[in-house]
Design a protein. Structure first.
Lengths: 396, 178
């Protein structure tokens, strides 16, 4: 066995070489540990915040952070106080191409408000959203009960919600939908369409099968729509609508089915349809690439991808605290700081590096048709850009 | 290769550390910090997490110093605290990467021979506990008895893990060679 020692040592040495220089680690870590020891000895509570210089023990301070020179950013920023109890009166004052997160005004549920992705600018968007709706990724257009509205609340288009849906494309201008080609009372194939405000819908390709409408028998559903990426992802939902029977990735310009895959549980796709996460129902999720190759497998369920597709929002289940994971190497970038918070919704900052994650907070139980969440907006580095409690995100 | 220096240099330093002398504690624990970071890195794969885990282990070692019996070497005792802290960190991670390689249909998969694969990949395929035993014994140069203490197992079990791991890396290894 000892004749293997040189080989094994070399292999470990190669791994350890990635660790870098540890010359300053000894003093830093010992000093930091002694400082932590003294903090506990003094019986003080600690609140982790920010990065600081090396702290010598015996300082008496009101807050405490573990400190090391040259360490990365803080894991969790202090929460922003909940919104004011008065309706937002100030119109949202940002350019139309500035992405915003849409949410129901906390006082007037029928009013739609928006906040920038750094949480610094809030404003009123429009009204008529009591029954919910869906905004595009940019928050510049949104649907509600057959209307498509812009950020001033003006109706810019209408559609028949009974026979058509709107799945916003990642460019924020187009949308996709799969419509019936026959009677609602009969089974029949679906037709993938794309459209835009002010333009007639374009047929792309027949896809999936609709069951008769009165049977709740499932049918084809859009999971991603990307004219810039020339790709859409559609899956066949089973009766009851939960789960995946089959997946198709379609080239929008030609209607060609690029690849098709089998069934599973929960499905999530990157905005451009390049990556698809499919839970297999046994507690694991497979990440598929643009051509259908399985690229990785993770424990748990993936609910969203970052805009660049490298990070995934995932949790053990809908009722579990979420994390953000680099799915290619399994490294956790951020973990929900409180195990009592349960995953609810998530979405990516368009063209940016943040992920917005809404979690159910037992301190704010649901009292109406839509669940309030605590909203964490987290960067790719794991830093929380801002946090907001008791927010009802704009969604169906 | 990491050079591990036995830090147990005399009862007086330990007594001073037990009495609250921070310099004495630093003299005891200091030489073990780098091997601890390396061990933590081998388990967690991330320098920041490895340093966090090591710092936490140092804090725990300070609090538990009274439990270290006189004459008991400090190195395996402290590395055991590091191992446990790293296991705690991994338990709180939500996600474990199961595979990154393209998933090959079962009928096309063949167990690769050691001649055709990189040894580091082979090590990464070992069960964690076997790989930890190899790391402690071959990279940190701990004798079997200290490997056992660090991993919280018997010396016979430690020897078995090391043998099993080596056998997987080189199936022709005979038991008599251990």
């Amino acid at each position: 066995m000892d004749d293997m020692r040189p080989e094994i040592q070399e292999a470990f040495a190669n791994q350890q070489s990635k660790l870098g220089n540890l010359a300053d680690s000894r003093e830093r870590l010992v000093r930091g540990a002694l400082a932590a020891r003294n903090m506990h000895r003094d019986g003080r509570t600690q609140l982790a915040a920010g990065v600081a210089a090396v702290v010598i023990a015996a300082l008496v301070i009101a807050t405490f952070a573990y400190v090391r020179t040259g360490i990365g950013p803080a894991r969790h920023a202090p929460p922003v106080p909940a919104s004011s109890p008065t309706p937002m009166s100030r119109p949202l004052n940002v350019s139309n191409d500035t992405p915003v997160i849409l949410y129901h005004d906390p006082v007037n549920f029928d009013q739609l408000d928006g906040t920038t992705w750094d949480g610094k600018i809030d404003g009123r968007v429009g009204r008529g959203v009591t029954n919910g709706g869906v905004g595009n990724a940019q928050g510049s257009l949104y649907t509600t009960m057959g209307d498509i509205r812009d950020r001033t609340g003006q109706v810019v288009a209408t559609y028949d919600p009974k026979n058509q849906g709107v799945f916003w494309a990642d460019d924020g201008v187009h949308f996709c939908d799969v419509v019936r080609t026959g009677s609602r009372d009969e089974s029949g194939p679906g037709m993938l369409q794309t459209g835009a405000v002010g333009q007639a819908e374009t047929n792309v390709t027949q896809i999936g099968t609709f069951a008769p409408a009165n049977l709740q028998g499932g049918g084809p559903v859009v999971a991603a729509c990307s004219p810039p990426g020339d790709r859409a992802v559609v899956y066949q939902a089973p009766p009851g609508g939960v789960g995946v029977v089959q997946i198709w990735v379609i080239q929008l310009s030609t209607g060609r089915k690029v690849w098709t895959g089998g069934g599973g549980g929960w499905i999530a796709a990157s905005h451009d349809g390049r990556y698809i996460a499919l839970a297999d129902g046994s507690g694991q999720t497979t990440i598929y690439g643009a051509g259908g190759a399985a690229l990785a497998k993770l424990d748990g369920t993936v609910f969203a991808f970052s805009w660049d597709g490298t990070l995934a929002v995932a949790a053990g289940s809908f009722g579990a605290p979420p994390s953000i994971v680099n799915w290619s190497d399994g490294q956790t970038v951020w973990t929900c700081p409180d195990n009592s918070l349960k995953y609810w919704d998530s979405f990516a900052e368009p063209g940016g590096s943040h992920l917005a994650i809404g979690v159910l907070d037992p301190a704010f139980p649901q009292t109406r048709g839509f669940a309030p969440v605590d909203l964490f907006v987290v960067g790719a580095d794991g830093i929380v850009a801002f946090e907001r409690k008791n927010v009802t995100l704009f969604m169906y | 290769m990491a050079q591990v220096v036995t830090a147990d240099r005399g009862g007086s330093i330990r007594e001073d550390a037990l009495g609250g002398d921070e310099e004495a504690f630093e003299a005891l624990i200091g030489p073990l910090v780098e091997p601890a970071i390396r061990l933590a890195y081998s388990m967690l794969g991330d320098r920041m997490e490895a340093e966090d885990a090591t710092q936490e282990a140092i804090t725990r070692a300070w609090r538990k110093l009274g439990q270290l019996r006189s004459g008991m070497p400090m190195r395996p005792w402290f590395l055991a605290i590091v191992v446990n802290q790293c296991r705690n960190v991994r338990r709180t991670r939500w996600f474990r990467l199961v595979r990154t390689k393209p998933i090959v249909p079962p009928d096309l998969y063949r167990e690769p021979s050691v001649e055709s694969i990189d040894l580091m990949r082979a090590l990464s395929l070992l069960p964690d506990r076997d790989r930890q035993a190899l790391f402690l014994h071959f990279y940190l140069d701990l004798p079997i008895e200290e490997v056992a203490t660090a991993l919280g197992i018997s010396a016979a079990a430690a020897k078995g893990r090391i043998y099993r791991a080596c056998h997987r890396l080189r199936p022709s290894l005979l038991e008599e060679e251990i």
